[in-house]
Design a protein around this ligand. Structure first.
Ligand code: GLA
Length: 426
């Protein structure tokens, strides 16, 4: 049978795409070989919202204590967080006693964690969740508690004995780059040697950037995710600066991400005080495009129904967790609009259109379909669904068509494009 030229073009496109996927699979195989974080980690991390509050006398509900984590564990189950994928309940800095114990092991502060970490891990596991903990590659944690330098094997074993499932390893108080790099590598191997499955969350590249460009291929061989940039805070300036950093460095960081290893733009601050509704939508949409770990830092005891719905939006989570595991990138910036896109499995694409303007009203923007998804997302046509700020089926679009969207100041419209050739197949 003779193929028509459109069929030939389609066959060629599909063959090239399959080849690209095979090559990508080969390259992506170099991830840390612990079988974890095949999709970005989802969970809750205390730092941005609760910081280093040690004052349990006066602020029992917001100090860093066993009680705080037990309450969050309960809510993660009862309020549907676990059901949509938030699984890791993570302790950040300030859980430790100021000194190691008589056998040199790290120990939790006995007043604030009377049952100890093993007891907390058991509790968290009984809820079907996993427990994350925090330590530091240098001599002290960023808040001044005992660091792991000189104790990597012992600390890895201690965490494994306690039943810890994730380690966030910070990089404060390290006296040289050599110690920093060797320490991050050593701890990765030490965790593997324990035989327990422990997700390894690094800040290695962030601490390297002031000195030299990180080698992301190496970092990916040791870490399941890695922070590149400064700490997120509860403000629009902070979210914007993270997005700007990411798009500016995308040539270097996007291709290295994939199943087993992810760039970490830091916590979701949705549900707190500093972001407007549209800005929260922007954070959720872009963290999905960036294939970022979704670690919320908020108070699950007091969260608005709107923020909860956004964080639990299954369509957006599905983009974040897409099994193809390719990070998205900024496609273009023009006229105060940024267009980001991310390839998804089954030849689908996610597209985010951001309005950078912080003045005026909603901005109308016309997108030419052929400019999306490397020219093939909608070839010959696709079905477009708007997922954020509200879900709306926009219908079928031809390759050569365009459509108009409307985006609020500082907000984002998130779209999902399904290739009709795939829809017909299914
Ligand atoms: C550093 C990290 C933060 C947090 C604090 C804790 O600043 O980047 O994410 O862990 O330390 O002290």
């Amino acid at each position: 049978m003779k193929l028509r030229s459109t069929d030939q073009r389609l066959v060629c496109t599909l063959m090239l795409r399959s080849l690209a996927l095979v090559l990508y699979g080969v390259l992506a195989a170099r991830a840390l070989n612990n079988g974890l974080a095949k999709t970005p980690t989802m969970g809750w991390l205390h730092w941005e919202r609760f910081m280093c509050n040690l004052n349990c006398q006066e602020e029992p509900d917001s100090c860093i204590s066993e009680q705080l984590f037990m309450q969050m564990a309960e809510l993660m189950v009862s309020d549907g967080w676990k059901d949509v994928g938030y699984e890791y309940l993570c302790i950040d800095d300030c859980w430790m006693a100021p000194q190691r114990d008589s056998e040199d092991r790290l120990q939790a502060d006995p007043q604030r964690f009377p049952g100890g970490i093993r007891h907390l891990a058991n509790y968290v596991h009984s809820k079907g969740l996993k427990l994350g903990i925090y330590a530091d590659v240098g001599n002290k944690t960023c808040a001044g508690f005992p660091g792991s330098f000189g104790h990597y094997d012992l600390d890895a074993q201690t965490f494994a004995d306690w039943g810890v499932d994730l380690l966030k390893f910070d990089g404060c108080y390290c006296d040289s780059i050599k110690h920093l790099e060797n320490g991050y590598k050593y701890m990765s191997l030490a965790l593997n040697r324990t035989g327990r499955s422990i997700v390894y969350s690094c800040e290695w590249p962030f601490y390297l950037w002031p000195f030299h460009k990180p080698n992301y291929t190496t970092i990916r061989q040791y870490c399941n995710h890695w922070r590149n940039f400064v700490d997120v805070s509860d403000s629009w300036e902070s979210i914007k600066s993270i997005l700007d950093w990411t798009s500016f460095h995308q040539e270097k960081i996007v291709d290295v991400a994939g199943p087993g290893g992810w760039n970490d733009p830091d916590m979701l601050v949705i549900g707190n005080f500093g972001l407007s509704w549209d800005q929260q939508v922007t954070q959720m949409a872009l963290w999905a495009i960036m294939a970022a770990p979704l670690l919320m830092s908020n108070d699950l005891r007091q969260i608005s129904p709107q923020a909860k719905d956004l964080l639990q939006n299954k369509d957006v989570i599905a983009i974040n967790q897409d099994p193809l595991g390719k990070q998205g990138y900024r496609l273009r910036k023009e006229d105060n609009i940024e267009v980001w896109e991310r390839p998804l499995s089954n030849l689908a694409w996610a597209v985010a259109v951001r309005n950078l303007q912080e003045i005026g009203g909603p901005h109308f923007y016309t997108i030419t379909i052929v400019s999306l998804g490397r020219g093939v997302a909608c070839n010959p046509s696709c079905f477009i669904t708007q997922l954020l700020p509200v879900k709306r089926e926009l219908g079928f679009y031809e390759w050569t068509s365009s459509f108009k969207t409307q985006i609020n100041p500082t907000g984002t419209v998130l779209l999902r494009l399904e290739a009709t050739r795939m829809l017909q197949k299914n």
